[in-house]
Design a protein around this ligand. Sequence first.
Ligand SMILES: Nc1ncnc2c1ncn2[C@@H]1O[C@H](COP(=O)(O)OP(=O)(O)O)[C@@H](O)[C@H]1O
Ligand SMILES: CC(=O)N[C@@H](CCC(=O)OP(=O)(O)O)C(=O)O
Length: 258
Amino acid sequence: MEKLSIIKIGGNIIEDETSLHAFLKLFSNLEGNKILVHGGGKRATHVASKLGIESKMVNGRRITNAETLEVITMVYGGLVNKNIVAKLQALQIDAIGLTGADINSIQSEKRPVKEVDFGFVGDVKKVASNAIDKLIKANFTPVFCAITHDGNGQLLNTNADTIASTIAVGMSKIYETSIYYCFELNGVLKDFNDKNSVVKYINTNTYKELLKDEIITDGMIPKIDNCFDALNNGVARVHIGNTSMLTKENDNFTTITL
Ligand SMILES: Nc1ncnc2c1ncn2[C@@H]1O[C@H](COP(=O)(O)OP(=O)(O)O)[C@@H](O)[C@H]1O
Ligand SMILES: CC(=O)N[C@@H](CCC(=O)OP(=O)(O)O)C(=O)O
């Protein structure tokens, strides 16, 4: 089986021009088939606040009313996605920016209202692996933002970590897939005050311990849940770390195993 790398970058990398440029340079030099997935939650919160729209997160997910959906469509699908695509083109990567509506790549359904009404937030139902593969086979590099659609004309907001894991699961029918969750830290840290205290391997048992000891908190919990979902559904490898984990020189990052 041929290999495919799915690389997700978080909000803090996108916000910092120098980090973003350094990452895109690394990404452009990566050999083999690749897909980029980006978030941009921080930028969305910032733009929303400039427009006088308050942002509310519950369990790491944005409550997305109609107004917020407009903001995230402009920010993720427009501003952030098109800037990344233009920067990749400057690095001679033939990137194509996509939401899940483009080529019907990611269909989702509006999250049912239970204790919380998340509004226009979508849970992924179907990834069009063959359609995405046509782009890869034509030597385009797909760049996905955190937007999906329901097939009935409705765009939905879907967390970017989930976009990365569900695309990886879908593509693992065709490729041996690896996910690299890149963020500003070196990996999952044992001690938040020591940036080098990376937990190199986490499996389902050690994860439980780390949760119990409150070493893993906040946004890291849904991120690791996404990692286990991916591994349980055919993805070969999942790593969390700084963008430099994409180079062979750095082996100080976290690998998730079952
Ligand atoms: N043990 C831990 N090690 C590293 N980060 C952690 C840990 N526990 C919680 N976190 C938090 O998780 C955040 C990453 O999750 P999130 O904000 O969703 O990522 P992203 O930057 O990819 O959008 C980190 O910025 C950090 O604040
Ligand atoms: C439903 C939901 O919460 N969607 C996320 C999508 C963006 C994202 O995931 O961005 P980061 O990776 O930068 O956090 C949001 O709107 O914040």
